[in-house]
Design a protein around this ligand. Sequence first.
Ligand code: MF3
Ligand code: CO
Length: 287
Amino acid sequence: MERNDLCWCGSGKKYKKCHMQIDDKLLLLAAKGEIVPDRSMLKTPAQIEEIKKSAELNTAVLDYVAANIKAGMSTAQIDNLVYTYTTEHGGIPAPLGYEGFPKSVCTSINNEVCHGIPDENIILQEGDIINVDVSTILNGYFSDASRMFCIGQVSERAKKLVQVTKECVELGLKEAKPWNHLGDIAYAINSHAQANGYSVVEDIGGHGIGLEFHEDPFVSYVTPKGSEMVLVPGMMFTIEPMINEGSPDFFVDEDNGWTVYTEDNGLSAQIEYMVLITENGAEVLTK
Ligand code: MF3
Ligand code: CO
């Protein structure tokens, strides 16, 4: 690509006024042995515009759940809220049928780490903490975010775990900026969790997103500061650490093949933001 050609990203700008500097810098970093994103991981302005619409709907679905979630309700009713709201607004719930997942949303209560399957026999009880993980496809573009909900009065112990998990994600977000590394986000999250006596789940993590549900890179929240992929404007991925009050060990439900539980039966919380790396930081697209 020559300096005066139109940039590959479709911005309509000349290459020298658009991605040339970034591309040059990435070549240099790669030569030094850094892990750098390839072009397919950098969303174009046109893609960003479309993905943002999907993310807006995703947030609206979460707001709708937030307005309706309460003790006595089954997780199947949450699933119904998500399916109905999403489809009435022109979207498709991304989990539905994804690798055989049977429902429209993941609902993970207390000692469930993630990927809980909504069920009419699972009733929200006063004192429960629950993660509701909503992912949306709109016009072929993907978005993903999750929130924790405290059902009625919950224990101080549960409240603190949810609060610290929120702080972990916010601290991670502060590290999400160009030329930092994914490991900087992980380090911020892991050290805050550990400072509070908690642990961060390994092997299950975040992911690139936008054109697919799960894209590269895999985003770990336990890797060292300065390690992993360099962050570049246009990258889109999730910050979604799972924080356990006890051991980080987990196991997967043998019957349904999905639900992940803490090995020690302790509480687990997760909050997920979907972010876009911008020129000077990160924009949260849905949370
Ligand atoms: N939202 C989950 C994630 O963050 C999706 C899990 S896949 C599903 O990656 F099929 F369980 F939905
Ligand atoms: Co996700």
